[in-house]
Design a binder for this molecule. Structure first.
Ligand code: DGL
Length: 277
């Protein structure tokens, strides 16, 4: 039995986890769209980044995070980390008895719906790119689509440093975008929770590269999927109730609060440090 088991399924929280604080971009969108929902967030800051680790390790970490959150009595689990979604979503869906939503499927669907020419660019971590998860999901939805992906390993540390403007991020973004853009993509999917924070730089570099590609991030598509499942399963919380956000992290590093505020768009109420292993 979970810690805070709520009898009425509609009143149970939605659990969201990420390798670190990037998933707060998804939480911000969920709070905006579903202000009555209770959200429990876990950032695995002690072990970020996931993007450079092996699939076995990421699966193990994803299970540690999920087991911690499930004990909070969830009605729905959102895997906000692209890397964890790429490597662990099948295992989590199979092993858990609540609905599990991952950002890869959500992002792939938005990309397919929004691309006109079927040429889709994906910018993601090395782990997500190597997993081929976006190619697989997009291919399932639209077999004729062409996916051009590129790993952008420097973007996560830049965002974690708060270095999100100026010539350094601009040059890194340019280098990562060039090989994608020259393939005439009309849609660019930001396949990492950290990248929406670099949105201004990305938009500017697309202009500089004379690309008209539409940019899609995982947060918006994920919120669409959450809305669908709340309706389909009839598990949305009463809209007259006030929502809440409880935040946990496996570490509280230096400049943590500043970074959390950057991702969430406002100061989070409080973060509790937890041990999940
Ligand atoms: N949250 C991860 C993702 O969306 C990015 C950071 C990491 O590498 O852990 O892929």
């Amino acid at each position: 039995m979970s810690d805070n088991f709520e009898k009425d399924i509609n009143d149970r929280p939605i659990g969201v986890f990420d390798s670190g604080l990037g998933g707060l971009t998804v939480v911000a969108e969920l709070m905006k769209r579903f202000p009555s929902e209770k959200i429990v967030y876990l950032g695995d800051n002690a072990r970020v980044p996931y993007g450079t680790r092996s699939p076995e390790t990421v699966r193990k970490y994803a299970w540690n995070c999920s087991n911690f959150l499930v004990k909070k009595g969830l009605k729905l689990l959102v895997v906000a980390c692209n890397t964890a979604s790429a490597m662990a979503i099948d295992s989590l869906e199979e092993g858990l008895d609540i609905p599990v939503l991952g950002v890869i499927k959500a992002g792939a669907r938005s990309a397919v719906n929004m691309s006109r020419n079927g040429k889709i660019g994906v910018l993601a971590t090395g782990g997500t790119v190597n997993s081929g998860a976006y190619i697989k999901e997009i291919g399932l939805l639209k077999p004729s689509a062409r996916v051009v992906q590129n790993a952008a390993p420097l973007l996560v540390p830049l965002v974690e440093e708060g270095w999100i403007e100026g010539e350094v991020p601009a040059l890194a973004v340019k280098r990562y975008l060039e090989p994608i853009i020259k393939n005439d993509v009309d849609l660019l999917l930001l396949g990492c929770t950290h990248y929406p924070i670099l949105r201004k730089v990305i938009d500017q570099e697309l202009i500089n590269l004379k690309s008209k590609a539409v940019v899609v991030d995982s947060a918006t598509s994920m919120a669409d999927d959450v809305g669908n499942i709340l309706n389909e399963k009839n598990i949305a919380r009463d809209t007259s109730k006030e929502g809440s956000l409880d935040c946990y992290s496996t570490d509280l590093p230096f400049s943590f609060e500043e970074l959390a505020t950057l991702f969430l768009g406002k100061k989070p109420s409080s973060f509790q440090k937890v041990d999940i292993i």
